[in-house]
Design a protein around this ligand. Structure first.
Ligand SMILES: [Zn+2]
Length: 224
């Protein structure tokens, strides 16, 4: 009688952290949150090395592979001479900012959804969006009740990442815990202490963005 534990049975494939991250990127792409080669993604280097791996700029996120990442230090400079000819995303500095501000963060996910982009324009003047009394807020790490008020900051977009980082850094420094921010007309940055947590945070925010837009369309007072 054969056993399912036979040593001849195929063993489950062990994926690398970048392969796991790539799976999540494909999921986000399938949801329509990374259109037209936009968006970028990173995870910290293994074994406590200072720095992170970030997706190479300009690639379709639906076909990105674990080979399409660059290793950079915490100032965004390419670490490995063999990768010196590759171009890190322009937004590498913003990933670096998150890792510097949140020592426990392991993964940063930056997406460009329609709902996040529309809301970022609608609430740009307020410089943020208040999310409160939604059960799904409990999907954010450490939040245990829907009776939560979360301020999601919105920053004006800028092509100079040094300028942008200079605007974002003091806000993040004061707002702990923080789970993300929007760039106006651009997209969402969120992060997590694990890949699963970061993915969950994208899903929470995207769910809430859709709720807010629908409530707004119904003239709900908090979002009129
Ligand atoms: Zn972007």
């Amino acid at each position: 009688m054969s056993s399912s534990l036979s040593p001849l049975s195929p063993q489950p494939a062990h994926k690398t952290p970048l392969e796991d991250l790539t799976d999540v990127i494909h999921f986000l792409h399938a949801r329509g949150w990374t259109p037209a080669t936009s968006s970028n993604f990173s995870c910290r280097l293994p074994d406590g090395q200072a720095g992170f791996s970030i997706s190479v700029s300009g690639l379709d996120k639906g076909t990105l592979t674990a080979q399409d990442f660059l290793d950079v230090d915490l100032s965004g400079q390419v670490i490995r001479p063999a990768q010196a000819h590759l171009r890190p995303s322009a937004e590498t500095l913003l990933h670096a900012l998150v890792y510097q501000q949140f020592p426990a963060a392991q993964v940063v996910l930056h997406t460009h959804s329609v709902n996040g982009t529309v809301l970022s324009k609608l609430y740009e003047a307020e410089q943020g969006l208040l999310l409160k009394d939604f059960e799904v807020l409990k999907g954010l790490e450490g939040i245990s009740t829907h009776q939560t008020e979360l301020w999601l900051p919105i920053f004006g977009n800028h092509q100079d990442m040094t300028v942008l980082a200079g605007q974002i850094e003091p806000v993040l420094r004061q707002q702990k815990p923080a789970f993300g921010f929007l760039l106006a007309g651009h997209g969402l940055y969120t992060w997590g202490n694990t890949l699963a947590q970061a993915k969950r945070h994208v899903e929470v925010f995207e769910f809430l963005f859709e709720c807010v837009l629908k409530l707004r369309s119904h003239g709900y007072p908090d979002y009129s």
